[in-house]
Design a protein around this ligand. Structure first.
Ligand code: GLN
Length: 310
């Protein structure tokens, strides 16, 4: 086992001095206020040990990383039928793009772009009411992380509900094709609240453990999803988790990862570790600039990659 603590301490030092930090997401007013100097990382190793550096216990807005958890729930509810309503191909377009939806009859390319995640939220909603569904998502994430302190940041949820016109447009556009089944405002309500989940790197890395353990919850020994489903979620994270930056992330880091515009990234090394990193500044594709760099350094130093023989 590499010396994880020493490695992430070195990474935290490099990140603290990095001159180019990217730009904080400002299209969601509540996120525009976050200090780009902040940084945290947490690594939960396969044996359960947790290594942290920087502000690993500071809560941040997980944003699109929530799409991993709602996808897991939607697959539990709809099974394979989910794939009739959302594809499994990288989009090559921005996370909030609408252009492919017309040609593809309201079927989004994958569950991690906003359009796909809205369909997934609609599936998680099922016949239920949005408040109960939001509670269900919160309970699921708390269970995965073994941490009841996880909460939704109402400021962020409200901020996005007031300004998320693109998401409103995407949901309405898909509704016209019949691919949002519930009320558009209910699907959006679920989506805005899941994106507003506030979690620390430690909590996020804990919540991702099942994906590093073939679908098992290492805390309870219970199965969250089958090994096959965990493998497939990891595959989607690798191919689509960074939108039109997914190829670059796979090239540089080589492990499944899901980013969010809050500057977080959840990264999974099957059989080895669940990792969460946070640096709020984003690159031009909306992925954490220094978070990606930190993960690149970590994979280089540990040899952790799904493309390397072990
Ligand atoms: N809530 C954000 C949005 O819908 C999530 C986007 C992201 O994290 N990439 O725009």
């Amino acid at each position: 086992m590499p010396d994880i603590q020493r490695i992430i301490d070195t990474i935290a030092e490099e990140i603290a001095g990095a001159p180019h930090r990217g730009r904080v997401a400002d299209y969601i007013p509540a996120l525009a206020k976050v200090d780009p100097m902040r940084f945290g990382i947490a690594v939960v190793a396969a044996d359960g040990r947790v290594f942290t550096a920087g502000e690993a216990d500071a809560a941040f807005s997980i944003q699109s990383i929530s799409k991993v958890f709602t996808l897991t729930m939607a697959l539990g509810k709809a099974g394979q039928a989910l794939w009739k309503r959302v594809g499994r191909e990288p989009s090559g377009s921005a996370f909030n793009s609408i252009v492919q939806l017309e040609q593809e009859h309201g079927i989004p390319r994958n569950p991690f772009i906003n359009a796909g995640a809205l369909v997934v939220s609609d599936v998680v909603l099922g016949g239920g009411d949005p408040r109960a569904t939001i509670g269900e998502i919160l309970r699921f994430v708390r269970y995965l992380a073994d941490d009841d302190a996880i909460a939704i940041d109402m400021d962020v949820a409200g901020s996005e509900a007031r300004t998320g016109f693109r998401n409103v447009a995407l949901a309405n556009y898909m509704k016209a094709f019949g691919n949002i089944e519930r009320r558009v405002e209910d699907a959006l309500n679920v989506y805005f609240n899941q994106c507003a989940l506030a979690m620390s790197c430690r909590q996020l890395a804990m919540a991702g453990r099942f994906l590093a353990h073939d679908g098992m919850h290492p805390g309870t020994g219970r199965r969250v999803v089958s090994a096959l489903r965990a493998r497939r979620i990891n595959a989607l994270m690798l191919t689509c988790g960074h939108y039109d930056g997914s190829g670059e992330f796979a090239f540089r880091v080589g492990i499944p990862g899901k980013s969010g515009v809050g500057g977080g990234i959840l990264a999974i090394v099957p059989g080895e570790a669940s990792i969460a990193v946070w640096s709020p500044g984003l690159n031009e594709r909306g992925n954490s600039q220094l978070g990606s760099l930190a993960l690149e350094r970590l994979s280089d130093a540990t040899g952790w990659s799904v493309f390397t023989a072990r």
